[in-house]
Design a protein around this ligand. Structure first.
Ligand code: GAR
Length: 231
């Protein structure tokens, strides 16, 4: 990872963030002041609200509009090639998918193997794809949550870095449940980015190993979570 200095004075490896919409995870990452330089925020949608937030914080933005590739022989491959060019201009150590709602081709994903991460609003491998909160409610699960994982060419799949579980309450709606999960997303994603740029994550087969911070032993913890609490 080549340390660089950004316009805002942030140093560390370059990170490119991809968004399609609101950008609240982008915001959580920026506000956490990770030890890296957010080199650019790229969106496939010109109207993504997160772009305005990035511009307001002096971060370079770019739009690679997927709609512009509709007439290509292979629109998906053409879009991914253009997106790859836009990303690679920044030579990022890490590509962060933060609500980037596109299915990516295998060659694109392979190019960023081990250096592209995603956040998904479910406890993967449950509920890959869309409408995760609605599906969790329909199936009556007691625990729901979110996952940060390395990206592989299978949708919403790949070695898991960190997960957070939240209880599902009796009166929950899609809105209340998604809001509860989102609070955890905003805790998890900045942490995962920080671990990555600190060089503490390694992929071992299908699992991710988190190295302890330099000079300290792994803290013992029993993270058992049972919902509802047992009598
Ligand atoms: C987040 O809930 C994220 O987990 C989800 O989109 C939302 C984006 O919100 N991502 C996916 O569903 C990816 N499969 P944001 O734009 O406010 O960060």
């Amino acid at each position: 990872m080549t340390p660089t200095t950004g316009r805002d004075g942030a140093t560390g490896p370059s990170v490119v963030v991809l968004i399609s919409g609101r950008g609240s995870n982008l915001r959580a990452i920026v506000e956490s002041q990770p030890p890296c330089r957010i080199a650019a925020v790229i969106s496939n949608r010109p109207d993504a609200a997160g772009l305005a937030y990035a511009r307001g914080h002096g971060i370079a933005t770019e739009v690679v509009d997927h709609g512009a590739f509709a007439a290509a022989d292979d629109p998906r491959a053409a879009f991914d090639a253009a997106l790859r060019q836009a990303i690679d201009r920044h030579q990022p150590a890490l590509v962060v998918l933060a609500g980037f709602m596109r299915i990516l081709t295998a060659p694109f994903v392979d190019h960023y193997a081990g250096r592209m991460i995603n956040i998904h609003p479910s406890l993967l491998p449950a509920y890959p794809g869309l409408h995760t909160h609605r599906r969790a409610l329909a199936e009556g699960v007691r625990l729901h949550g979110c996952t940060v994982h390395f990206v592989t060419s299978t949708l919403d799949n790949g070695p898991i870095i960190v997960q957070a579980a939240v209880p599902v309450h009796a009166g929950d709606t899609e809105d209340t449940l998604s809001a509860r999960v989102l609070v955890q997303e905003h805790r998890l994603y900045p942490q995962a980015v920080r671990w990555f740029v600190q060089g503490r994550l390694s992929i071992e087969g299908s699992r991710v190993r988190l190295a302890p911070p330099a000079g300290s032993p792994v803290p013992a913890q029993d993270g058992t979570l049972v919902v509802p609490p047992l009598d």
